[in-house]
Design a protein around this ligand. Sequence first.
Ligand code: ADP
Ligand code: MG
Length: 225
Amino acid sequence: MIRLEHVSKTYEAKVVAITDVSLHIRPGEFVFITGASGSGKSTIIKLLLKELKPTHGRIVVNGKDLGKISHKQVPLFRRNIGVVFQDFRLLPDRNVYENVAFAMRVVEAPKKAIKTKVPMVLSLVGLAAKYRALPQQLSGGEQQRVAIARALVNEPKILLADEPTGNLDNHNAWEIMRLLEEINKRGTTVVVVTHNMEIVRMMNKRVITIQNGVVYSDEEGDQEA
Ligand code: ADP
Ligand code: MG
């Protein structure tokens, strides 16, 4: 569950990124956030991760009021959120398996759990056979699948994806979208920032459009499509 109540964010030097944004995303939803470059989409993602503090307003994620989470509680809070970015952000000198296992080691998961969970999540994203490859040996689409596997391996309730297909060709972009849809069907709340309007239109999901830092429209899709 994600709730923003009258949230505004002004950066230093008085750059207003978002103004009075209120949103409610229910558990299990698949939501697109779209809007022109600079409209405030990534700011919303960073606020949800508590990477940024809102200037005004209240943000609740997974039942936690972010204004009430102490610095020390942030890592634990973030365990319930998986994140994927446009530029993949993989460790270049570790193979696929290690990139995903790393996310479990960070949270001090038992070795046995890592051994069973990493192959499971790699096969979910269709990369079981490439577990020994280095990121540079993979296509962009495959690299993004590794990033998605890493984001999911600790079983977060929410997956946030900021322009996940921004560096991919159309074919790979669609494969990533189908994968995100499958992940959502398995119960994870999925929030995808994109300005690929063809994908947004064809996926037929809820679409929140941000324009100049305000919610311009919020339209339900036919979630069964
Ligand atoms: P989007 O992801 O929709 O392209 P952003 O949320 O990144 O938009 O940016 C919204 C606005 O805030 C833009 O005007 C951008 O220049 C500004 N902005 C983003 N990050 C910072 C920052 N760290 N410092 C100052 N201004 C920023
Ligand atoms: Mg952005």
